[in-house]
Design a protein around this ligand. Structure first.
Ligand SMILES: Nc1ncnc2c1ncn2[C@@H]1O[C@H](COP(=O)(O)OP(=O)(O)OP(=O)(O)O)[C@@H](O)[C@H]1O
Ligand SMILES: [Mg+2]
Length: 113
């Protein structure tokens, strides 16, 4: 199991959500976040201007998926989040040790199906 954590522009959320659901990856956690990347938030506003860091609003989407669905999940996010611009976002991938469905105590892969 892998945890996919995507930090994207808020305007891309709806398309990513639809794409993931269509790809049979319907389970996700979404939260509003603030962040800065390499340009410390600024080049998206004033390119090249030297300023202290600012934090821009982004959305974090978390999906825990089977190893088999990992590349599909990443592809859907890339296809729906990318404009080829700075600030398009970033995806982090983590190993997941276990999952537990509280309703029936199912563990591991069964808990995320
Ligand atoms: N190394 C990092 N650690 C934690 N969060 C990060 C990291 N890099 C990016 N982020 C988060 O992702 C958001 C989007 O990052 P962003 O797309 O600006 O990355 P970047 O590396 O600056 O790439 P680009 O040059 O394409 O803008 C940031 O606002 C921040 O919330
Ligand atoms: Mg950036």
């Amino acid at each position: 199991m892998k945890k996919v954590e995507a930090i994207v522009k808020p305007s891309k959320l709806e398309a990513i959500q639809k794409g993931l659901t269509a790809a049979d990856i319907p389970c996700m956690t979404v939260m509003p976040v603030k962040g800065a990347g390499l340009q410390r938030g600024y080049s998206e506003i004033y390119r090249g201007t030297e300023k202290p860091m600012i934090l821009l609003p982004k959305v974090m989407i978390i999906c825990v998926v089977s190893d088999e669905n990992l590349e599909k999940c990443i592809d859907v996010i890339l296809d729906n989040a990318s404009e080829g611009n700075i600030g398009d976002g970033k995806i982090f991938v983590y190993d997941v040790y276990d999952a537990v469905r509280i309703r029936n105590r199912e563990r591991g892969g069964g808990a995320i199906k």
